[in-house]
Design a protein around this ligand. Sequence first.
Ligand code: SAM
Length: 328
Amino acid sequence: SARQDADAPIRATDSDASLARLSAVKKGYLTDPFIAHFVPRAQSQPSRPPLINIGTTIRSESIDDLVESWMKLCILEGLKCQIVSLGAGSDTRFWRIATGSHKDLVVKYIEADFAEVTAKKAMTVKKSSTLMASLGDPSTVIIGGGGTTLSSPVYNLLPADLRKPPAEGMQAVIELLDKDVPTLLLFECVLAYISPELSSALIKHFASYFRDSAPLAGIVYEMFGLEDSFGRVMKNNLKARHVDLQGVAPYNTKASLPQRFLSLEFTMAKALTLFEIRRQYLSEEKSKSMSQVEMLDEVEELDLVLSHYAITWGIKIPEGEKFKSYRE
Ligand code: SAM
């Protein structure tokens, strides 16, 4: 349909994300044994520029750290957890967690994206013995919905259009979730493509579902502050590829980013730009090893780009005495 065609450039941003990840892995910035499975002809894909490799590395490792902190909170409370990644694309996080030390903690891992994207991912997973190995007994892995869904005891892949009213669009996701299990929502590089009203409605939908029963955390990675001259260049580059950034406009300053969560009565929310993370939070060892991988000529450009991307996280804790560790 016309609408599906109009969405093709948005779906194509997933290839950018996975190519960037593959490039950072091949250059040795990042470790991810799974990404090559999701990129066709992975061996012969050209590398991305140093600036992209560094940005991808900081983003990826910072989100890993936040997810790790969330899982540790759940362990402290003696609880399991659920993870829902919306606009998940070819993300490999499920497999990295499933082969890591917290593999038994996550009782449900749900990914949603456009049907074209989930169909491709479902096929890739089904065809790979490495990826299938993390899904449990193969007889419990079921492809359905004309090839667009994959279900297994923990990992579930579902088609969804995030622009639909959440009561409709998120119904299949919500049905898989246990109301009493702490849940983490991931929006990695996706909310820019959705209007602010819709992304707010989306988060609110999950917040009301878990309101009295369990903590809900959210992590958002996004571009922001695109109103300055450099931001306009970034925006125009995407526009030239017919990608419309509807969701960026109201979040022009770093201070406005936590409002995504605070306006929905989250207990806390914070944001850091990739620039700040690079300057203040990376270990000296990591900064040093990153700068030794390859020559970076455009240091100023790197700083400028990194200061237009941010990670925001928030948590909403039910009232009362329970879930104390999540408050601290
Ligand atoms: N989260 C992944 C990552 O960080 O590697 C993929 C990011 S990619 C830049 C954006 C993803 O969001 C694409 O896979 C795209 O199809 C998905 N997406 C964008 N708008 C969407 C919508 N309205 N409904 C479902 N998925 C959407």
